[in-house]
Design a protein around this ligand. Structure first.
Ligand code: NDP
Length: 328
């Protein structure tokens, strides 16, 4: 495993990490979670991602039980949570968003569900147009000063919103965000490669990127239809199935089948190729992988070995297949 600095912070996160969205609390119970997280940890993963909104808080409960069962030293891993969507299915106005009240209460609730004393990373899951950024920056600063959180960041914020949070923090002697959690994979590149380009050097922003396999599409598992045991068949995730069946995603499937040939040519598999491609970007601090079984974790961890195979020629070939490189 390779370890990368989270932006300009001193924290070193594993280049591959593991997230529990959709799976924990839905497909994955504590027994299976022990298998998945142990496979990741044994491969050198030190960062485990979570959020208040995943499976209505159930995902944090499963991860908390798993951490208790495996008994790893607390200083050997990093755990995150995210605030915004709330953990209730129908949150009241005070149970969601980025107000000081919800940011602080959601943090305490996440700690309880995860059975932890502090969160290493705490993200604002989305921007909140109804809360002044200064209020959120102050709430995050307070949590850090109280020792409930070590680093805070944003997720899916625009470059402008991130800069505003940074400037407000500098102006009022508060703590600025350390990292952003954006979607990044072969079919979704513009934000990470173009919109954020000035933030990496400018403010030393790190990235913990999500859905490296485009929700499984780039694993090749949907090349011949939707398997019954996949996340797309879960109740509550009909929107994901609809997205996969859309014209755009069906076009992407054509490219995925071509990418499988490129993977074959360099002697690897499609999921490894797709994850390794994310790792090639030096502005990616960590690639958050997802999996519903330990065999998938083992397969995905092997992506580390594929990075050196992605020569300029191979990268150019991949680009010509997907045609998604952003035009600055
Ligand atoms: P991926 O795009 O990698 O999709 C993971 C899914 O792909 C798995 O659940 C599994 O689907 C399938 N899969 C994974 N590996 C393989 C394999 N080797 N072979 C076949 N199928 C495979 O990642 P996620 O979409 O899960 O995102 C990763 C993490 O990022 C999340 O867990 C979460 O922590 C974070 N995230 C953050 C978001 C944000 O807004 N900040 C939004 C979304 C995710 P199946 O279970 O159906 O088998």
């Amino acid at each position: 495993m390779e370890y990368r600095r989270l932006g300009k912070s001193g924290l070193k996160v594993s280049a591959l990490s593991f997230g529990s969205w959709v799976t924990f609390g839905n497909q994955v119970d504590v027994d299976k979670a022990v298998g998945c997280m142990t496979a990741a940890y044994d491969a050198g993963v030190n960062f485990f991602d979570n959020a208040e909104g995943y499976a209505g808080g159930q995902s944090e409960i499963v991860m908390g039980e798993t951490l208790k069962r495996v008994g790893w030293r607390r200083d050997s891993y990093v755990v995150s949570s995210k605030v915004f969507f709330g953990s209730q299915s129908n949150p009241t106005p005070t149970q969601r968003g980025l107000s000081r009240k919800h940011v602080v209460e959601a943090c305490h609730q996440a700690l309880e569900r995860l059975q932890l004393d502090y969160l290493d990373l705490y993200f604002c899951h989305r921007p909140d147009p109804e809360t002044p950024i200064e209020e959120t920056v102050r709430a995050m600063t307070e949590l850090i000063l109280r020792g409930d959180v070590l680093y805070w960041g944003t997720s899916e914020w625009s470059a402008q919103e991130i800069m505003e949070a940074y400037s407000v923090a500098r102006e009022h002697h508060l703590i600025p965000p350390t990292m952003e959690q954006p979607q990044y994979h072969l079919f979704h590149r513009k934000r990470v490669e173009d919109e954020y380009s000035r933030l990496y050097e400018g403010i030393g922003m790190g990235t913990t990127i999500w859905s490296p396999l485009a929700s499984g599409l780039l694993s090749g598992k949907y090349n011949n239809g939707i398997p019954q045991d996949s996340r797309l068949m879960l109740p509550g995730y009909e929107w994901l199935k609809q997205m996969m069946e859309s014209e755009t995603w069906q076009k992407r499937l054509v490219a995925v089948r071509e990418l499988a040939t490129v993977a074959d040519e360099i002697g690897t598999t499609l999921p490894r190729l797709a994850i390794a491609w994310c790792l090639k970007n030096p502005h990616v601090s960590t690639v958050i992988t997802g999996a519903s079984r330990s065999e998938q974790v083992v397969e995905n961890m092997a992506a580390m070995d594929v990075v050196p195979l992605l020569t300029d020629d191979v990268m150019a070939k991949i680009d010509s297949v997907v045609s998604t490189a952003p035009i600055s």
